[in-house]
Ligand binder design. Structure first.
Ligand SMILES: Cc1cc2nc3c(=O)[nH]c(=O)nc-3n(C[C@H](O)[C@H](O)[C@H](O)COP(=O)(O)OP(=O)(O)OC[C@H]3O[C@@H](n4cnc5c(N)ncnc54)[C@H](O)[C@@H]3O)c2cc1C
Length: 436
């Protein structure tokens, strides 16, 4: 049995450079059995496995590369207890009682993540400093007011920030107020993924790495998952390959792969800021993502780098163009920052749905999957894993915070995919205008 680790190609990210290696893992060879098989070792798969092991259920993850190789190890690490656009009333209007249970799960999701990290002593460079969504035009205070009103109704610890409060919190005059949730914060996401993987192993779970699943099928009363060198038969299955579902095998789950547009999101980390400058920019170290469609976002890492990013379209060296564009943005927001140099630039796929809603599915008897993180599910994946674990253990749907829907694929997905980046032009057009 191979026990190689880190033999896979990691994206050249800040997290890959700074995070201690993950556990040594075998690949899948021969015929293996488990009670539950999970395809994908990101936060969703790892959290599902962790909760199954807490309940004493036998579980094996089959991961194409290494735990955290997908979105979970590449993201900005902002722990945000909201969706990107839909608010509680949208979820309840669409999903009724299941929507209400989902809203409660989302409300508690950031605390759930930080509690999990503390409970298992995972060193994820975590800072529960809160999450703030400042508004970038005066009219967009309506967005903050709506969120504040709806989340207050559901008992979330949220506040509406005035322009002065936003200025004090962020150290910049650029915003006009905002929405503030005290339970949010930020983490080193790859450290969290690797820490969760270690925890799953320590609880007796199995993780097979470097084992891309080709397909899965129902055989008798079992699910059989096939890789190039082995197969795993299980009573129940969780598909946790999310935006990377089409990456290794087009046959894995075409319905799920085609209900999201995988959009490349670029991340960047500056050189560490001097302490004097750092104290003037987001001095209390909150995570921040604003109301631009072409999102402005930033948080500190443990070495006082600002971890931010941007979007870019068209030909040419994208990383170099982004460096110039995002440096100019940071200087505009915080003139005191001076010269900006980026040590790391990397990217990853965000799975966007047309309505920004997540999609959670029953895939067959004792089989579940989800997709559509819309760039906002670091916090969500941890309690979502707990719910998926309950589902495969037979907890009735009416007790689950899982608003199930049928997969709805995006028409002409393959034709449209190359044009998805052009949405950025629409975002820029809207960002520059006031909302009605
Ligand atoms: C660049 C970027 C920035 C982001 N920033 C934030 C943020 O700051 N805050 C936030 O809340 N959200 C953010 N997100 C979204 C967040 O990262 C995701 O919602 C979350 O990580 C999804 O976790 P997951 O486990 O469901 O999927 P993933 O982490 O993508 O895991 C899926 C796994 O499945 C594996 N896989 C795929 N196909 C196969 C196969 N055939 N066989 C076996 N394994 C397979 C992949 O290798 C991968 O490891 C960001 C996403 C990106 C890409």
């Amino acid at each position: 049995m191979s026990t190689l680790t880190n033999s896979v190609q990691w994206p050249p990210s800040l997290w890959a450079a700074q995070t201690p290696p993950g556990p040594e893992l075998p690949d899948l060879q021969g015929s293996v059995q488990a009670d539950v098989v999970i395809i994908g070792g990101g936060f969703t798969g790892l959290s599902t496995a962790l909760h199954l092991r807490e309940a004493g259920t036998d579980v094996a993850i089959v991961e194409a590369m290494e735990p955290g190789w997908g979105a979970s190890g590449r993201n900005n690490g902002q722990v945000i207890p909201t969706l990107s656009r839909p608010d509680p009333d949208d979820l309840v209007a669409r999903h009724g009682a299941a929507g209400e249970r989902f809203v409660a799960m989302l409300r508690d999701s950031a605390s759930n993540l930080f509690d999990t990290v503390r409970r298992y002593n995972i060193d994820a460079e975590h800072e529960q400093t809160g999450w703030v969504q400042p508004v970038h035009t005066p009219g967009r205070i309506k967005i903050a007011e709506r969120r504040f009103k709806q989340w207050s109704k559901f008992g979330a610890p949220v506040e509406l920030l005035s322009r002065d409060q936003a200025r004090d919190m962020l150290g910049s005059d650029a915003w006009h107020g905002g929405f503030w949730n005290k339970t949010g914060g930020h983490i080193n996401p790859l450290a969290l993924a690797r820490g969760l993987a270690r925890t799953v192993l320590s609880l007796g779970g199995r993780i097979y790495a470097r084992s891309p699943v080709i397909d899965f099928a129902r055989q008798g009363d079992r699910w059989v998952v096939r890789t190039a060198r082995g197969e795993l038969s299980a009573r129940a299955l969780v598909l946790a390959s999310n935006a990377y579902s089409g990456e290794f095998s087009k046959a894995l789950a075409p319905d799920l792969a085609h209900e999201v547009m995988p959009v490349l999101s670029w991340q960047m980390a500056t050189q560490p800021l001097s302490d004097n400058i750092r104290k003037t920019i987001i001095p209390a170290r909150q995570a921040m993502s604003d109301t631009h469609g072409e999102l402005y976002f930033a948080r500190y890492d443990a070495r006082n780098r600002l971890v931010t990013g941007g979007a870019v379209i068209g030909p040419g060296n994208k990383a170099e163009r982004l460096k110039a564009r995002v440096a100019e943005r940071l200087q505009r927001l915080w003139p005191q920052i001076g010269e900006v140099r980026f040590d790391y630039v990397w990217n990853g796929y965000v799975g966007m749905t047309t309505d920004y809603m997540p999609r959670i599915h029953r895939l067959g008897p004792d089989a579940y999957g989800w997709t559509g993180c819309n760039g906002r599910a670091v916090a969500l994946t941890i309690p979502l894993g707990a719910e998926l674990a309950k589902a495969v253990r037979g907890v009735p749907a009416k007790q689950l915070a899982l608003p199930f829907t049928e997969p709805v694929t995006i028409p002409a997905h393959a034709l449209l995919r190359p044009f998805a980046p052009l949405m950025l032009l629409l975002y820029r057009y809207r960002d520059a205008r006031e909302i009605a």
